[in-house]
Design a protein around this ligand. Structure first.
Ligand SMILES: Cc1ncc(COP(=O)(O)O)c(C=O)c1O
Length: 398
């Protein structure tokens, strides 16, 4: 294509010599109609920067155990910066593995009852890494319809055949496993679902996976620090350490840090070190994040009652909003429309209570929701206030 015809293709946004004309550009012409379409459906997302020192009752963040500002966790991160510097300096396979990464992997594996762990720089990348490393033409991936976007994206990247199973439908999963032609299969679920807040039937899933020679991958992003007295739902169901049950976790919720981990037998860890592209080609997790997660884990070991406060708070919030009690920290309140969800959240915010809003495409069933996260650190008066403000806001917009 010559310069002249390339210029013709630019349309109204550029002059014929390619210089941009005012008021229009290639990107504006391309993206503004998309933005307008989102806006008309009430689905525009906006960033809101938190101000330092802002005082709000927080039911939107995922600091479930209230450890993000715990002095023990903060000091551990600060000490790690002094000791190791501000970054990991390279990928894990080059210079990005420190003694803190190794310690975190063995501590977290031991805590969750697993043989080994491999730390990634986020939970998203942990899911991406393990699923693409196990996936490929000889592997069937069966995914619950409500799994997190990181698992959905991993399925898309994996080059595997993918079957989407109805939510928590063990029979459908069994059927897909029985009818497959692939030698290998992985079933993808969350222990506690991040949007609905309900739990997966793990014992039945592990049994059906075992019956058909498949692997069960459980994302414990919302289980760690919450279910099974903190150790997660896989440990609570006595499935930890089984050869065919593997786990991913994020360090960014209960452990008040950042990062992710894959837990399972040594043969899996070895395979991931050699095959998981989001491990190999990514800079290692910041050592300070490892130190914070280790310190939070230590608090969890020393204060095993901490997760109980999450459950009592979640139960109060669910009852105040008239919804089913949650299996973990996430209380999910269906709303009549995305616009109503956003308005209700706005009313709560002006009354000093921050709640989460989930709208399509973040909700697999298309139903917009308020998402309330129960925190162990919430004081009695703050919880009372939240239980007044949120139902009133829901009533006002419904
Ligand atoms: C179920 C689930 N898996 C994975 C992730 C991704 O974890 P991270 O935020 O560490 O990337 C999240 C977090 O939002 C999640 O809710």
């Amino acid at each position: 294509m010559d310069a002249q015809s390339a210029g013709d293709g630019l349309g109204a946004s550029s002059s014929r010599d390619g210089t941009p004309t005012s008021g229009s550009s290639v990107l504006v012409d391309w993206l503004a109609p998309k933005a307008a379409a989102l806006e008309s459906r009430g689905l525009t997302r906006r960033l809101r920067a938190r101000a330092a020192g802002e005082v709000l009752i927080d039911l939107a963040g995922n600091d479930y155990l209230g450890l993000a500002r715990d002095p023990r966790v903060v000091e551990a991160a600060v000490a790690a910066v002094r000791e190791w510097g501000t970054g990991a300096t390279a990928s894990r396979l080059v210079t990005g593995t420190t003694a803190l990464h190794a310690e975190l992997e063995s501590e977290l594996a031991a805590y969750a009852g697993q043989e080994t762990g491999l730390v990634f720089s986020s939970g998203y990348l942990a899911n991406l890494g393990v699923i693409t490393a196990l996936g490929g033409p000889g592997t069937l991936l069966i995914s619950d319809e409500h799994v997190h976007a990181s698992m959905v994206d991993a399925c898309r990247l994996s080059r595997s055949r993918v079957e989407i199973a109805p939510h928590n439908d063990v029979e459908a999963i069994g059927k897909a496993l029985a009818e497959r032609n692939e030698p290998h299969a992985v079933v993808l679920v969350e222990s506690v679902y991040s949007v609905l807040g309900d739990a997966a039937p793990l014992p039945a899933l592990a049994a059906v996976a075992s019956e058909y020679g498949a692997v069960l991958l459980v994302d414990e992003a919302h289980g760690l620090g919450v279910t099974g007295a903190g150790r997660g739902s896989v440990a609570a169901a006595d499935l930890a350490g089984l050869d065919h049950v593997i786990v991913t976790m994020t360090l960014s919720k209960s452990l008040a840090s950042q990062g992710g981990i894959v837990l399972g037998p040594p043969v899996l860890r070895e395979h991931l070190i050699n095959r998981a592209r989001s491990f190999i080609f990514d800079t290692g997790l910041n050592p300070a994040a490892c130190a914070a997660a280790l310190a939070a884990l230590q608090v969890l070991r020393e204060e095993p009652d901490r997760p109980n406060a999450i459950h009592t708070t979640a139960a109060r919030l669910a009852s105040a909003c008239g919804v089913t009690p949650a299996s973990g920290a996430v209380v999910s309140v269906p709303m009549p429309s995305p616009q109503a969800a956003v308005r209700a959240a706005g009313i709560c915010l002006s009354a000093g209570v921050r709640v989460g809003v989930f709208r399509p495409p973040s909700v697999p069933d298309g139903i917009s929701r308020l998402r309330l996260t129960a925190h162990a650190g919430l004081s009695g008066p703050d919880l009372d206030r939240a239980c007044e403000v949120i139902p009133a806001a829901i009533k006002e917009v419904s």
